[in-house]
Design a protein around this ligand. Structure first.
Ligand code: AMP
Ligand code: GLY
Length: 425
């Protein structure tokens, strides 16, 4: 069969790699892809948000299965459009994707179905929001309702910061219409974890739990990024926590969506805070996480294409989701200046040496080919994933590999996976 992967980051590179390993697949297309994906698949010059263009591409190329990486096309209704055209596509519908594209929708769903999350209020008026913040006090978290490329949640330590967040989101419209409504919620304390579960609306099959590293600097300092690295399995998610997440979070969310008349099919990603009272939801996402997928999918041992097709056809119960016993650590290499302004076009060196390293995988994000050379083309440039029998050995391997790569301005966190070590002592 011919598969199409929509997107062009590290998550899409690992998806392409995984899909290529399925005996059911003989050709993979990516749109728009990147330089690394281009080495193993054909890249089409269609942007991930261009739903019309993607539909034309899938029809012209007679694509049998489309897999959507990022949230934007899902929120635009790519799944509805492909289904109407009789094409097979993996992901939730536009209405179901609201679990990520509207934080108000997600919080109200959680409140209605008793899913543990931070206490919250919703506002459409900045003055009312400020009144509430003044009474509630700090720390407090202010969130834009709509999609904001991961930047719409602001954790505020002081009242001035909280007023500033309300002003930026609701009055200066930093995230456009995404800021018409805001959620103001209590700050949760604990360790974060991500659980990516595949569901067809009935069966729910979680992949290995993982942990992202959002702040740019070691020790979780500095501004938030799209994610500077990830590892799996995350030991903070003990068996007991995993059971609570399944019974108290994933199942009520999937059943709640169905009761609301919106069946959820695709990946349901629960961003969690493991608090002293147990796991609570920070956010739901409607897709595979990035960089989490770059750690979780290499540990997935089954045939991903079979699982995705079973999900689309509503027979996930029969499909086998099997994971390796080992661990994976992914370190993201970023451009100088990221997550702020950065330059592109820096020559990337050293990747050849990684090809011969056992248990090391390189996933491209912001890369391009210029005059035959591999150059940087985005903020997050590469994800270097190492596999190992356990987290400490995967960490060691990952940094051994990272040391061989170089481009001007390159920076990365040196403590990816460190939080796991505490639990393993
Ligand atoms: P979100 O976009 O909701 O996932 O938030 C992005 C990041 O902000 C999360 O990964 C957390 O680090 C932080 N965050 C969001 N909500 C809260 C909360 N209620 N308490 C503490 N941290 C939060
Ligand atoms: N790693 C965060 C995300 O995928 O949203």
């Amino acid at each position: 069969m011919k598969a199409l992967v929509v997107g062009g980051g590290g998550r899409e590179h690992v998806l392409v790699w995984k899909v290529l390993s399925s005996p059911h697949v003989d050709q993979v297309l990516a749109a728009p892809g990147n330089a690394g994906i281009g080495e193993v698949a054909e890249c089409a010059e269609v942007e991930a948000e261009d739903v019309d263009g993607l539909l034309r591409l899938a029809e012209d190329e007679k694509v049998d299965l489309t897999i959507v990486g990022p949230e934007a096309p899902l929120a635009l209704g790519i799944v509805d459009r492909f289904r109407e055209a009789g094409l097979k596509i993996f992901g939730p519908t536009k209405e179901a994707a609201k679990i990520e594209s509207s934080k108000v929708f997600a919080k109200e769903l959680m409140a209605k179905y008793g899913i543990p999350t931070a206490r919250f209020e919703v506002f459409d008026d900045p003055n009312r929001a400020r009144d509430y913040v003044r009474k509630a006090g700090t720390p407090i978290v202010v969130k834009a309702d709509g999609l904001a490329a991961g930047k719409g949640s602001i954790v505020c330590r002081t009242l001035d910061e909280a007023y500033g967040a309300v002003e930026r989101i609701m009055e200066e419209k930093e995230f456009g219409d995404a800021g018409n409504l805001i959620v103001v919620e209590e700050m949760l304390v604990g360790e974060e974890a991500s659980i990516l579960a595949i569901t067809d609306g009935e069966a729910i099959k979680p992949l290995l739990p993982s942990q992202d590293h959002k702040p740019v600097y070691d020790g979780d300092r500095g501004p938030n990024t799209g994610g500077m690295g990830a590892y799996a399995p995350a030991p903070v998610v003990t068996e007991e926590v995993a059971r609570t997440v399944m019974e108290g979070i994933l199942r009520p969310a999937v059943e709640g969506m169905a009761k609301e008349g919106t069946e959820y099919r695709g990946v349901l990603y629960a961003g969690l805070m493991i608090t002293r009272e147990g796991p609570k939801v920070l956010e739901f996402n409607c897709r595979f996480g990035d960089p989490e997928s770059q750690a979780v999918l290499p540990l997935f041992e089954g045939d991903l294409v079979e699982v995705l097709e079973a999900t689309i056809e509503g027979r996930l119960e029969e499909a086998e989701v099997r994971n390796s016993q080992g661990a994976a650590v992914c370190v993201v290499l970023a451009s100088g200046g990221y997550p702020g302004k950065y330059e592109k076009g820096k020559v990337i060196e050293g990747l050849d040496e990684l090809q011969d390293m056992e248990d090391v995988l390189v996933f491209h994000a912001g890369t391009a080919k210029r005059d035959g050379k591999l150059v940087t083309n985005g903020g997050r440039v590469l994800g270097v994933t190492a596999l190992g029998p356990d987290i400490p050995r995967a960490i060691e391997r990952a940094y051994e590999a990272v040391a061989k790569v170089h481009f001007e301005g390159m920076h990365y966190r040196r403590d990816i996976g460190r939080k796991a070590l505490r639990h393993l002592e």
